[in-house]
Design a protein around this ligand. Structure first.
Ligand SMILES: NC(=O)c1ccc[n+]([C@@H]2O[C@H](COP(=O)([O-])OP(=O)(O)OC[C@H]3O[C@@H](n4cnc5c(N)ncnc54)[C@H](OP(=O)(O)O)[C@@H]3O)[C@@H](O)[C@H]2O)c1
Length: 378
């Protein structure tokens, strides 16, 4: 069978690097034709040397990248619009992946989407585009992937989704102590090793709120039928309840390479010695506890923005990105994150998220508003 021609956007990040691990394991299945990164030019150079892509993007290319005659520098939009692309892995973070995702879907190219903010800000729009073009939109995020894997082979609608959450690094901390949390502490996730934004979002449980919105958009399940449970071991990645009340769960060690591989190979399942099997001895220690929402204001804000719909989820993710960035740069405290996001959402006026223009306008507005409210006009 011909190799699948793949573009990886965000190749230097956590998901991007793990995607390249999978590609390396199956050299006869994939041809990497495009790599896009942000600022980590050093790592990008070594990826170019190893994978020899034909097209490359980064914010400020180095001399050696510019001089490399075997590659063509182009924007991410141009890269995904090339006629020979079969699959695009969108592993950028924030709003950067939005336009390339839309371009790829318009061209009927399969999109494996890790960049959850794109789904939050423009879920209905990208679903409409993929429906029109017939392009596959495949989840990579571990919880939506788990739901998707559980759904395979099921023809009945899902009655309920149960998302699991590790609880993050502050699960056992007294809420009164959260004011003094440092970026270093927030970046220590107990079970996953991820990029900075998603790690902080996991510590506030904003990330779990994002996943509730993602699940609602991707699987057409009402918010009232999506529940979250604390599962500190991160082995059960999510569960679905079927019409007859039976529950299906997807269980595996916490390793993003499994959902990445699942999306890249879909609908095939392949063996990969790199992926550790589930250790049945740890099954004796699998806990499921109810979520105490009062501990996690970001979670409540996210779900409420999802329920309000329109451009509220766009504003939510944009304001949160600014707030997390300000926190990581010691400009605001950990507990200021929900306060700032809440204030931005409060000032937002509903608009439909049915066009790119509306979505981009809401995104811009929310970023400026968040900076202004934080007293930071940079
Ligand atoms: N990591 C996980 O385990 C995980 C799990 C589920 C979902 N996700 C989602 O997957 C996405 C990626 O997460 P991550 O943890 O891999 O993030 P990350 O480690 O921060 O990686 C982000 C990637 O985007 C690139 N990038 C940033 N700004 C860019 C720009 N302006 N132009 C082009 N590229 C740019 C970065 O490039 P440089 O590094 O070169 O600057 C990097 O390659 C996020 O939406 C996250 O929520 C991640």
């Amino acid at each position: 069978m011909a190799k699948k021609r793949l573009v990886v956007l965000g190749s230097t990040g956590s998901i991007g690097r793990q995607t390249l691990d999978i590609i390396k394991t199956f050299p006869d299945k994939f041809e990497l034709i495009g790599l896009a990164a942000g600022n980590n030019v050093h790592l990008l150079e070594s990826q170019i040397e190893e994978f020899q892509p034909k097209s490359v993007y980064c914010i400020e290319p180095s001399h050696s990248i510019i001089k490399n005659k075997n590659i063509q520098l182009m924007s991410m939009e141009q890269m995904v619009s090339q006629p020979n692309v079969d699959i695009v892995m969108v592993a950028t973070s924030g709003n950067i992946g939005l336009i390339p995702t839309i371009k790829a879907l318009e061209k009927s190219i399969t999109v494996c989407i890790a960049n959850k903010e794109v789904i939050i800000m423009a879920g209905e729009l990208i679903k409409t585009i993929s429906r029109k073009s017939g392009a596959l939109l495949l989840p990579v995020d571990s919880e939506p992937s788990a739901i998707w894997q559980c759904m395979q082979g099921e023809s009945q609608p899902i009655r309920r989704i149960i998302l699991t959450a590790s609880g993050g690094p502050f699960y056992n901390i007294d809420p009164g102590e959260l004011d003094d949390v440092t970026p270093k502490q927030a970046l220590q996730h107990p079970t996953w090793n991820m990029g900075k934004r998603i790690t902080v979002d996991s510590s506030t449980l904003m990330n779990k709120g994002f996943e509730v919105i993602e699940a609602h958009i991707l699987f057409d399940v009402g918010f009232e039928n999506i529940e979250v449970m604390i599962h500190p071991q991160s082995l059960i990645h999510s569960m679905i309840e079927l019409t007859d009340g039976s529950i299906k769960a997807q269980i595996s060690p916490p390793d993003m390479r499994l959902p990445i591989q699942h999306a890249l190979f879909y609908p095939e399942k392949v063996a990969n010695p790199m992926l550790r099997p589930f250790d049945t001895h740890v099954a004796t220690n699998m806990e499921l506890k109810p979520l105490d929402k009062s501990r996690y204001p970001c979670f409540t804000l996210a779900v409420s923005a999802g329920i309000q719909g329109g451009t509220y989820p766009t504003v939510l993710t944009a304001a949160d990105e600014v707030a997390v960035d300000l926190f990581l740069n010691h400009r605001i405290s950990f507990t200021d994150i929900p306060r700032l996001v809440d204030s931005v959402l409060f000032d937002h006026k509903f608009s439909k998220a049915d066009s790119l223009e509306n979505i981009q306008a809401a995104d811009r507005w929310a970023r400026l508003k968040a900076l202004a409210l934080a007293g930071d006009t940079q």
